[in-house]
Design a protein around this ligand. Structure first.
Ligand code: FAQ
Length: 330
């Protein structure tokens, strides 16, 4: 499994009698629904899991601006361009809130970025797929932001205070993103036969990658058990994937688009849609670095890091100068 194994992840959620006194008190606070704040005592693995998840989430928001940023200059109308520009700026802002939340755990944004650039940290698999036509921008907003919200709404109740508060603000903006995407793909789906074909093509290419965003199936999810015991995660990957399918099928029907899954069928007994799983070998290959756009995405992030060096140096020099002036004045 291509996962960063941490001590308690996967197999071992500790029983109460295996916990230290501090760990027991910590678990009691979690079970009582209390928020954990940065200066509170926390197990090392709780901190490590949060840094991994929040850092990965922040990187995803930033890398996620690339496939859409690609279309800002080619949006079909001024209105669509203004909307897309605002959305891309929001996503960059989400990255910044999340880096700040991670920093409260004792890691700097520079360290997180260096871990991304060295390949130690991941970003969401979805952003390794290309946006080939304008309808893809609609599909990203509708399906990708739709999947992101399904995952993020429960994270508003996550146990770590700064992450939970960041998610509340992020979710408000994500719901606008999802709606603008639905509106953009609706315009294509209701357009000329060529535009409708573009919308269907976007649906065909983004459906399974969107399902992969929720992570591997519960049986292969190494972190879920411990993350749920700590309320870092509120739902399992499969629970959220099912909710996403149930919500999205009627939306696709309204648009007159066909979900590319011959096994998709309402199951009266379960009260949910049955659906085909994505190709998990493709997922693991993409997160290993072999997706269609991994090389381009990392090249863009490396270039941004190198191009920004003079800004970082300038800011540090300014901070040092201000600090020295303050000392001199005292
Ligand atoms: N991509 O044991 P689990 C967005 C890795 S934001 C890449 O199940 P966990 C907004 C996982 O890290 C989208 N890697 O892991 C937007 C682990 O490897 P590791 C991002 C993945 O953490 C829209 C291994 O597989 N959202 O889209 C993925 O319990 C449009 C085993 O997996 C978040 O990050 C994946 N999809 O559950 C922006 C939400 N799935 O780290 C611009 C917060 C799994 O040990 C445009 N994160 N892996 O090396 C989460 O809820 C969780 O981290 C999961 C994964 C559910 C993603």
């Amino acid at each position: 499994m291509y996962a960063q194994m941490i001590k308690t992840a996967g197999t071992g959620v500790k029983d109460r009698d295996e916990m230290s006194e501090e760990e027991r008190k910590f678990q009691d606070r979690i079970d009582a629904g209390e928020k954990i704040e940065p200066k509170d005592w926390m197990p090392d693995d709780y901190r490590a899991t949060l840094i991994r998840q929040i850092g990965q989430h922040a990187h995803s928001e930033i890398v996620g601006t690339l496939p859409e940023g690609n279309w800002v200059t080619r949006a079909p109308t001024l209105e669509r361009k203004a909307i897309l520009l605002a959305k891309v700026q929001d996503e960059a802002g989400h990255g910044l809130y999340l880096y700040c939340a991670a920093e409260t755990l004792g890691i700097s944004r520079d360290e997180l970025t260096e871990d991304l650039l060295s390949g130690k940290m991941k970003y969401s698999s979805i952003f390794n797929y290309p946006t080939l036509n304008w309808a893809d921008i609609g599909a990203v907003g509708w399906l990708v932001d739709g999947a992101a919200i399904m995952n993020q709404v429960p994270l508003q109740r996550t146990s770590f205070g700064p992450y939970s508060r960041a998610m509340i603000r992020i979710c408000k903006e994500e719901s606008f993103h999802q709606r603008q995407g639905y509106d953009a793909i609706r315009a294509c789906a209701e357009g000329t036969p060529a535009q409708k074909k573009m919308a269907q093509d976007a649906m065909n290419r983004f459906w399974y990658p969107a399902l992969m965003m929720f992570g591997p199936s519960d049986t292969d999810s190494v972190h879920s058990a411990q993350s749920m015991a700590w309320k870092i995660k509120i739902n399992t990957n499969d629970e959220l994937r099912q909710k996403f399918v149930d919500q999205t099928v009627p939306q696709a029907e309204y648009l007159g688009l066909t979900i590319p899954d011959p096994n998709l069928k309402w199951n009266e007994e379960r009260g949910h849609y049955d659906f085909s799983q994505p190709d998990w070998s493709e997922f693991f290959n993409v997160i290993k670095g072999n997706g269609p756009c991994n090389v381009d995405r990392m090249a863009a992030r490396n270039k941004a890091w190198d191009d920004g060096e003079w800004v970082r140096e300038g800011m540090l020099a300014h901070a040092r100068k201000k600090a020295a002036a303050k000392v001199a004045a005292e």
